[in-house]
Design a protein around this ligand. Structure first.
Ligand SMILES: [Zn+2]
Length: 259
């Protein structure tokens, strides 16, 4: 990857951002098709309303949405603003990973992981499932990449700790915890190791409780209505990827403080 280092930094950042928009565009396809068990490769994108295939020029991330005023060129059906938002969020995350890790294997790993977390968040939010087509390859990827990032022992321990804790929780809560959540956290544990998977669970629980309380206070949900846990775990994983080391240092510094 040496030749990449000769590219001027602003050009590299812009390239990474544009690359991120394209990945975000593919994420939209995954979010829409994976829950329907459709192929994410064939057929090419088409309007969900009139089925007209989207031409290449109308399929440019964000730009086409703006130029077409968020409407299908053939039938005028309005497309949700969620699509360009997903593209922008994905591009920002990948650019953030580039700022944090530079040109490195870490960049490559997290440039795959971050968009996957966005896809999981959206699918779990809309359908209350995390598809096996994401979690199972995710576990294999997590073990492979985790071996590079934290070592094989820590990776395996993270996999067992995350998966084991959630499996136990699933038994204790009698179905309150889905199988998708168990596979997700096992994969996150394999990728990040045992310390950081605990941080992910901690952050996910705090975020979930906070949002749950806010929704209950606003009377949007009662105590019994189900809020999927996946999005909170995914956001917890993102926070851990970007700030995990700092948060763990802060925690150990506070706990190790002599009284
Ligand atoms: Zn249409």
């Amino acid at each position: 990857m040496e030749f990449l280092l000769s590219i001027p930094y602003p050009v590299a950042v812009l390239s990474v951002f544009l690359f991120g928009l394209c990945i975000g565009s593919f994420s939209n396809v995954c979010i829409y098709r994976l829950p329907k068990k459709e192929s994410v490769v064939f057929p090419a994108s088409h309007c969900a309303s009139c089925n007209t295939p989207v031409q290449a020029l109308d399929n440019i991330p964000v730009l086409s949405y703006l130029l077409l005023g968020g409407k299908c060129r053939s039938c005028g059906e309005k497309f949700s603003a969620i699509y360009p938002s997903i593209e922008i969020v994905t591009a920002l995350l990948i650019t953030g990973v580039f700022f944090k890790f530079g040109i490195s294997w870490e960049f490559l790993i997290y440039a795959i992981v971050c968009p996957t977390l966005v896809v999981i968040t959206m699918i779990d939010y809309e359908h209350q499932i995390i598809p096996d087509r994401i979690t199972l390859p995710g576990i294999v990827f997590g073990l492979g990449a985790g071996t590079y990032l934290v070592g094989i022992v820590d990776s395996l321990f993270g996999f067992l700790l995350g998966g084991g804790l959630f499996y136990l929780l699933a038994i204790l809560s009698r179905g309150g915890m889905g199988g998708g959540d168990i596979k997700f956290i096992a994969g996150a544990g394999a990728l990040l190791g045992w310390q950081k998977v605990l941080l992910v669970i901690f952050l996910g629980a705090i975020l979930g409780s906070a949002i749950g309380l806010i929704l209950m206070a606003a009377k949007k949900k009662d105590r019994k209505s189900l809020i999927p846990f996946g999005p909170f775990l995914a956001v917890g994983t993102l926070i851990t990827i970007f700030f995990g080391d700092e948060l763990i240092h802060l925690y150990t510094a506070l706990v190790a403080q002599p009284i």
